[in-house]
Design a protein around this ligand. Structure first.
Ligand code: MCN
Length: 799
C-alpha cells in the first residue's frame, strides 16, 4: 500500500485532551500498591551487600522469631519452586552463554542487590525489619566493574561458563570482500572515536510493585504487577513456575511510567506468585526507592569504538563499530538484543555503501543487570554516529550541518534499501534539518558564537546538532525471528459496537503513560465516525485481552493502533452487509459517511451505525449466514518497522571557570508520520528529550571498584527536576509511512534518541576553540572542567 497524501481527517490530528488524565491527576487511578488485598502477606528480599561473593550459609531463624513473620527462606529452600530459570528471551547467538538465574541466589551473589533470602510477614514493615535479622555468611571475591577488565577474564564471575563473555555478534556487510579495509585505505578523511555510554538508573515515578492473588480452589492465580508487558509476563511466569498458562492471569493496573524498566520478568514477580501458591495466600511486594536502584534493571552501559571513512567531500564510504556491552550479573529478558537494535542504525540518516563492519561482545560484570531502557541500542548508535559526524566536520573544517546535508539519504530515494538490506519507509531529512535550523536561528547563532567565543571569554556559546533515524514499531515477526528474538511482533485488537452503539475496544498494548485510551479512541472515532467519548478502551488484563505483545519499542501505534484501524474495517464491512440487507441494496452501492450507511444516489435511503449495531444484536433479520453482533478482531503483523526521524538542535553556554553547562535553547523537529494526537506527540517528545538530556548532563550510575553502587539514592543520582530542564520547542514535519493505512510511525523514544548527542555536540562545539575534542557523559561541571583543563594543558605543552 502506498500513501501518497494524507486523507482529510476530522478527529486524527486534533489536540484532544487525554482521557486518562482526570483519574491520574485526582488520585482516582489505582496503582498496584493501592489495591486493597485483604490477608496478603508482605515479601521482603534480603539483598547481598557484596558485588561478588560465595554464599556460605543463610540462617533465617532470627527473622522467624520476629513478630508478624510467617516464613523466611534461603535460595536453597526455594529451588523446588522453579520449573526453569528466569527467562532471557533473546538468545542472540546459538552459543550465547547464559548462566542459570534464579529469583533467589543459592550459592553465589554476583552483584550488590542480588537477592539471597526472603521473608514473608503480615505487614511490610514487619517483613523489612525481619529481613535485617537474616544472617548470611559470605566469602567475598574480587569484583569486576570495568568492561575492558571483564573482557580479560582476569576474574571470572560465573565459573561454570569459564569466561565473562556472553556472546559476540558480528555484522559484516561488504559489496565485495575487503571493501571496508579498501575504503579506509582510500579515504580522504578518517575518524576514530571511543565513547562511553554510562549506566543509567531508570526512575519511573511509580516504583515496581507486585501482588499475587491465588484463587482458593482450582489453582488459578492473578498476578497484579506494575509491568509494561502483562502478556509476556503471563507466558513467562507460567513457564518458569510450571503453572498451566490458562490458570495465570496478569493485570497491570495503572502503571506510573516504565521507560523500559518494566519490560522485564523480575524475581519479585516470580517470588510473589510462587509463595502465594505455596502459602495459599496473597503475597505482595512494593519496591522501596533506594532498593529500586539495585533491584530493577539499569540502562545503557556500553563502550563504543567507531571509525568512519569519508571521501574529499566528506561523504561516508565505510564504517567500523566495535562495542562492549555491559550485561551486569545476569542476562535479563531482552538484554542481549539491545546492542543489535542499534547495530542497524550506526549510519543514521546517511547514505553508506556496503562497507560496514560491526561487532558487539557483551560481558558479565558484578553490577545490576542491564536491559532495554528508552531507545534500547538506538540512542547509543545515534550518539556514536552523530558525535563522529561532528568530529569529521571539525577535521574537514566545514559546518557540521553542511556535512550532514552532504550525506543525507535523498528524499526521492525512498523507500530506500539501506546497506543492511532493511528498507527505510520514508524520509525527508533536509526538510527536518531546515526547519530545525530556522527555529533555532542557526545562522544567527553562528554569527553570535563567532563574536562571543573570543580568547579569554568566560562564557562560551555552543551549537549542537543531531539527526536521527529510528527503527521502531518492533514489528515484523519474521525479521525479529531472523534476529533470534523469541517472540513475534504482531498486535491484536478487537473493536465491538455494543447494542446501544457505544464502542468497546480491546487492545494488546499495555500503556503506562502513553495515552493509548485517548489515541485508540481517536482512531476508532475517525474510522467509525463516532464520538471519541463513546469509545472505551480495555487493556492490560490478560483475562480481557488474552492476546497481545504489549508496549515497548515505540510499537504501540504503528502496530497496535493500526490493528485497531483494521478491526474497524472489519466492523464496517460487516455493518455494510447488514445495512445493505436492511436497505435492500447491494453492499457496494453503500457509502459510509458520518456513521451512516447511505445508498449512493438515493437520498434518504440510509441506516445509521447505531441501528445496524442493534440489528446485529437482535439478529432478527440478518443476511443468511451472517453471525450476530458487530465485532471486528484482527492480529496485525506489519510488513516493516516504522522509521521516524528528525533533527534536534540546541544552544548551550558554558562557564569555562566552573564547567557549568546551561542549555539556552532546545529545538526538536521530529517526523513520526501522521500524528494521531499532536498533544500526546509533543508530550512524548518533551519527556524523551528530558531523558536524553538527563543522560547528557546529569545521570550516571557510579560503582566503586568493589562493586558498591555509590549512587543508590536520588540524593546521589541526579535525575533532573523541572527547574533543571530548559524550555523545549517542538516542531514537526509529516512524512507519512507508506506501510500502514494510518501513515503513522512511532514517537515514544524519538526525543531520547536525538537529545544526548545534540547536547554533547553543543558542549564540544562551545569548547572546541579551547582544544576540547570530547566531553564524557554526563557533562557535569566536573567532567567539563576536567576536559577544559586537559585540553588547555595539552595546548600549553604542545603549543
Ligand atoms: N502517537 C501519535 N502519533 C504518532 C506517534 C505516536 O499520536 N505518529 C502517540 C500514540 O498514539 C501513543 C503515544 O504517542 O499514544 C506513543 O506511541 P508510540 O510511539 O507507539 O509508543 P508506545 O505507545 O509503544 O510507547 C512506548 C514508548 C517507549 S518504548 C518508552 S521507553 C516510553 C515511551 O513510550 N516510556 C514512557 N513514552 C513514555 N511515556 C510515559 N509517560 N511513560 C513511559 O514509561
Amino acid at each position: 500500500m502506498t500513501i501518497t497524501e494524507v486523507p482529510e481527517r476530522t478527529v486524527l490530528g486534533t489536540r484532544m485532551l487525554r482521557k486518562e488524565d482526570p483519574a491520574l491527576l485526582t488520585g482516582e487511578a489505582k496503582y498496584t500498591a493501592d489495591l486493597p488485598i485483604p490477608g496478603a502477606l508482605h515479601l521482603a528480599v534480603v539483598r547481598s551487600p557484596y558485588a561478588h561473593a560465595t554464599i556460605d550459609s543463610v540462617d533465617v531463624s532470627g527473622a522467624l522469631a520476629m513478630p508478624g513473620v510467617v516464613a523466611a527462606y534461603s535460595g536453597a529452600d526455594l529451588v523446588d519452586l522453579w520449573a526453569a530459570p528466569m527467562p532471557c528471551a533473546w538468545p542472540v547467538t546459538p552459543d550465547m552463554k547464559n548462566p542459570a538465574h534464579y529469583p533467589v541466589a543459592v550459592s553465589r551473589a554476583v552483584y550488590a542487590g542480588d537477592g539471597v533470602a526472603v521473608v514473608l510477614a503480615t505487614s511490610a514493615t514487619a517483613a523489612v525489619d525481619a529481613a535485617e535479622r537474616v544472617q548470611v555468611e559470605y566469602t567475598p571475591h574480587e569484583a569486576v566493574t570495568d568492561l575492558e577488565d571483564a573482557l580479560t577474564d582476569r576474574v571470572v564471575i560465573h565459573p561454570e561458563l569459564g569466561t565473562n563473555q556472553s556472546y559476540t555478534w558480528p555484522l559484516l556487510i561488504e559489496e565485495t570482500p575487503g571493501a571496508v579495509d579498501a575504503a579506509f585505505a582510500a579515504a580522504a578523511y578518517t575518524v576514530k572515536e571511543r565513547f562511553v555510554q554510562q549506566r543509567l538508573i531508570p526512575a519511573a515515578m511509580e516504583p515496581r510493585a507486585v501482588a499475587a492473588v491465588p484463587q482458593p480452589f482450582g489453582g488459578d492465580m492473578t498476578l497484579y504487577s506494575a509491568t509494561q508487558i502483562p502478556h509476556i509476563l503471563k507466558i513467562m511466569t507460567a513457564l518458569t513456575l510450571g503453572i498451566p498458562e490458562h490458570q495465570m492471569r496478569v493485570v497491570a493496573p495503572a502503571v506510573g511510567g516504565g521507560f523500559g524498566s518494566k519490560l522485564n520478568v523480575y524475581a519479585e514477580e516470580l517470588l510473589c506468585v510462587a509463595l502465594a501458591r505455596k502459602h495459599k495466600l496473597p503475597v505482595r511486594w512494593t519496591e522501596e526507592r533506594s532498593e529500586g536502584s539495585m533491584s530493577t534493571i539499569h540502562g545503557r552501559g556500553q563502550i563504543q569504538h567507531i571509525e568512519l571513512a569519508a571521501d574529499e567531500q566528506g561523504k561516508l564510504t565505510a564504517m567500523r563499530v566495535r562495542l562492549i556491552g555491559d550485561m551486569g550479573g545476569y542476562l535479563q529478558l531482552v538484554a542481549p538484543g539491545v546492542p543489535l537494535l542499534g547495530a542497524f542504525l550506526y549510519a543514521g540518516v546517511y547514505e553508506l555503501p556496503k562497507a560496514y563492519d560491526f561487532s558487539c561482545t557483551s560481558v558479565f560484570t558484578n553490577m545490576v543487570p542491564t536491559d532495554a531502557y528508552r531507545g534500547a541500542g538506538r540512542p547509543e548508535a545515534t550518539y556514536a554516529i552523530e558525535r563522529s559526524m561532528d568530529s569529521l566536520a571539525a577535521q574537514m573544517g566545514i559546518d557540521p550541518l553542511e556535512l550532514r546535508r552532504r550525506n543525507f539519504i535523498a528524499t526521492d530515494k525512498y523507500p530506500y534499501e539501506a546497506f543492511t538490506g532493511l528498507v527505510y519507509d520514508s524520509g525527508d531529512h533536509d526538510a527536518a534539518a531546515t526547519k530545525a535550523a530556522g527555529m533555532l536561528d542557526y545562522e544567527g547563532l553562528r554569527a553570535k558564537q563567532a563574536a562571543q567565543n573570543v580568547p579569554g571569554a568566560r562564557k562560551r556559546l555552543g551549537i549542537g546538532v543531531s539527526t536521527y533515524f529510528e527503527m521502531c514499531g518492533l514489528a515484523p515477526s519474521r525479521v525479529l525471528a531472523s534476529l533470534n528474538y523469541s517472540a513475534g511482533g504482531w498486535e491484536a485488537a478487537t473493536v465491538r459496537v455494543l447494542p446501544t452503539s457505544k464502542v468497546q475496544v480491546v487492545t494488546g498494548t499495555a500503556p503506562h503513560g502513553q495515552g493509548h485510551e485517548t489515541a485508540w479512541s481517536m482512531i476508532v472515532a475517525e474510522k467509525l465516525g463516532v464520538d471519541p467519548a463513546d469509545v472505551d478502551v480495555l487493556h492490560s488484563d490478560t483475562a480481557i485481552a488474552p492476546y497481545g505483545l504489549d508496549t515497548y519499542g515505540s510499537r504501540s501505534l504503528p502496530v497496535g493502533g493500526v490493528a485497531i484501524a483494521q478491526a474497524c474495517d472489519v466492523v464496517i464491512d460487516k455493518a455494510r452487509q447488514i445495512a445493505a440487507h436492511q436497505l435492500e441494496a447491494a453492499p457496494e452501492d453503500l457509502e459510509y459517511v458520518e456513521a451512516t450507511f447511505r445508498v449512493k444516489g438515493t437520498p434518504g435511503k440510509e441506516m445509521p451505525l447505531a441501528a445496524v449495531a442493534f440489528e446485529a444484536f437482535t439478529a432478527h433479520n440478518l443476511p443468511d449466514g451472517l453471525e450476530p453482533n458487530l465485532e471486528g478482531h484482527t492480529h496485525y503483523d506489519p510488513p516493516n518497522f516504522s522509521w521516524p526521524f528528525g533533527t534536534h538542535m540546541c544552544a548551550v553556554e558554558i562557564d569555562v571557570e566552573t564547567g557549568q553547562v546551561e542549555v539556552l535553547q532546545y529545538v526538536a523537529v521530529d517526523d513520526c508520520g501522521v500524528q494521531v494526537n499532536p498533544l500526546i506527540v509533543d508530550g512524548q517528545v518533551h519527556g524523551g528529550v528530558v531523558q536524553g538530556l538527563a543522560q547528557a548532563l546529569f545521570e550516571e550510575a557510579v560503582y566503586d571498584t568493589d562493586g558498591n553502587l555509590q549512587t543508590s539514592t536520588l540524593a546521589e543520582y541526579l535525575v533532573p527536576s523541572a527547574a533543571d530542564v530548559p524550555s523545549i520547542t517542538t516542531g514537526h514535519t509529516v512524512t507519512p509511512s507508506p506501510t500502514n493505512q494510518l501513515g503513522v510511525k512511532g514517537v515514544g523514544e524519538a526525543g531520547t534518541i536525538g537529545a544526548a548527542p545534540c547536547i554533547i555536540n553543543g558542549v564540544v562545539d562551545a569548547l572546541s576553540g579551547l582544544g576540547v575534542h570530547d566531553v564524557p557523559m554526563p557533562a557535569s561541571p566536573l567532567n567539563v572542567w576536567n576536559a577544559i583543563q586537559a585540553a588547555t594543558s595539552n595546548q600549553e605543552s604542545n603549543p
